[in-house]
Design a protein around this ligand. Structure first.
Ligand code: MN
Ligand code: MN
Length: 467
């Protein structure tokens, strides 16, 4: 029997903006593929908790796929796969296209740094026979969230003789972990009366690291000496070596499925690994593109993109200039003809906190990768605001390849706001738009995303760089 036609429903479907759940729009095969992709992603999350580890993982995967480290002046031809490692903390990778480089590159830009607690440069002290590390938080955090959770220490220490030690303690089941303490509720009357931003102050984020005094020494500082003795025996380091170290305290938990239906992933550092991993995978899978595909995984986004590993520095520009020259064009023309997806997360609508979002213009879990035309705060301050023409081009491209996407901005007008690296790339005269995965509890030690949105981000970046 033929289906009864319903003209109102048909007209609604034709005229209304569709915002259907991915699970109503993906077939069984694609849902399976998204689950498989999520499994690989969870492994990446566990092995790449810092920018340095993310670069190491990326280099490993790139070399397996035949990418070669690129030095200025080396010959290049279509199909070549290259990368440039920026100080072990940021990386650019490219697959050379068949079209003239003067037609521009397809750029994906994501960041691999995440909010965390950095150790201060003179971190170790003893108080009341407990040994602690002073920290300085990195990025925008709610400080109270970083107490009473297991933390691991990752990073590097450069010793007086110049040798470097890689540090990763708290990830193996047998490793110890570290912890920032908080006050018991019984004695927290004064603390609990403070505004939440002052519940835990910056100087309260002290990491507990030990309590045994050095042998039978009863003088003050014996616990500190005990810790330094362990560190010296194990790593050959002295207290002065912390001055030339970068040690980051990050949540020690592993990424895992959330929910009875296992549709979500909980983990540390989804912002922005849930975009940098799909962008990396899309680039690894990219063979013989028409336009040169360039993906940059950058550092320092969470502190404003300054410094020589952040995207306000010239390292991306220099790379484009180098390959442009080699391929018979110039950096200025190449950048001016280029397009960029600024691959960063957006805030997912949280039904527990609906008041911060405007429901027609925010991202939802399981509704696909989110396209954000502009970011910024107040009157779009600090935004790059993609043109309607470029938004239209990206929308057409996504629709033509069945990428499920939604549109959303970060919260209600005047509620707050935030930015991404989009503005810094757009400032190079590149057409740029923000695109990324919606995240629940963003910047918390344990963030949540959905598997379908993650997979759609991968699809979106793959489609973009292949176009
Ligand atoms: Mn981000
Ligand atoms: Mn962030």
């Amino acid at each position: 029997m033929a289906k009864k036609s319903n003209p109102t429903k048909e007209l609604r479907e034709k005229l209304f903006l569709q915002r259907k759940n991915c699970y109503f729009r993906m077939d069984k095969e694609e849902i399976k593929a998204s689950t498989k992709f999520a499994d690989k992603y969870k492994k990446f999350l566990d092995s790449a908790k810092t920018e340095r580890e993310a670069v190491n993982e990326a280099v490993k995967l790139l070399e397996e796929k035949g990418f070669k480290e690129y030095k200025k002046g080396a010959k290049l031809k279509a199909g070549d796969k290259i990368y440039r490692n920026n100080r072990g903390k940021a990386i650019i990778m490219a697959v050379i296209g068949s079209a003239p480089i003067s037609e521009g590159v397809r750029l994906c830009a994501a960041h691999i740094d995440s909010p965390r607690l950095d150790l201060k440069q003179n971190p170790l002290y003893e108080d009341s026979e407990l040994a602690l590390f002073k920290t300085h938080y990195y990025g925008g955090i709610k400080k109270y969230q970083w107490t009473t959770i297991p933390l691991a220490l990752h990073g590097v220490i450069v010793k007086a003789d110049g040798s470097k030690i890689d540090f990763r303690i708290g990830e193996d089941e047998k490793d110890p972990v570290f912890c920032v303490t908080d006050l018991l509720p019984h004695l927290a009357t004064e603390q609990m009366s403070r505004p939440a931003g002052k519940l835990i102050k910056g100087e309260d984020l002290n990491l507990l690291i030990g309590s045994i005094p050095f042998r039978d020494d009863e003088t003050s500082g014996a616990v500190k000496l005990g810790i330094l003795n362990i560190l010296f025996e194990k790593y050959g380091i002295t207290e002065a070596d912390f001055i030339s170290s970068e040690l980051e305290a990050v949540p020690a938990f592993k990424a895992r499925d959330i929910g009875f239906d296992r549709s979500l992933i909980g983990g540390y550092g989804h912002d922005d690994r849930c975009c940098s991993f799909p962008a990396l995978m899309a680039t690894l899978d990219c063979e013989n593109p028409v336009h040169t595909a360039v993906t940059v995984l950058t550092d320092k986004e969470e502190t404003g993109s300054d410094g020589n590993t952040g995207l306000c520095s010239s390292y991306l520009e220099y790379f484009i200039y180098d390959i442009a020259e080699e391929l018979g064009s110039n950096g200025r023309d190449v950048l001016s003809a280029s397009e960029c997806l600024s691959a960063d997360v957006n805030a997912a609508f949280d039904p527990t906190f609906p008041e911060v979002n405007e429901r027609n213009n925010c991202a939802y879990v399981n509704k696909g990768v989110c396209i954000t035309k502009y970011t910024g705060a107040r009157g779009k301050s600090g935004t790059s605001d993609a043109s309607a023409e470029f938004a239209g081009r990206i929308r057409r491209l996504m629709d033509s390849q069945d990428v499920i996407w939604q549109t959303g901005e970060l919260g209600k007008v005047d509620m707050g706001g935030g930015g991404t690296v989009a503005a810094y790339i757009a400032n190079l005269n590149v057409d740029t738009i923000d695109m990324g995965v919606p995240v629940l509890s963003m910047h918390a030690p344990y963030e949540i995303i959905s598997k379908t949105d993650l997979y759609m981000a991968y699809k979106a970046f793959a489609v973009f760089i292949a176009d």
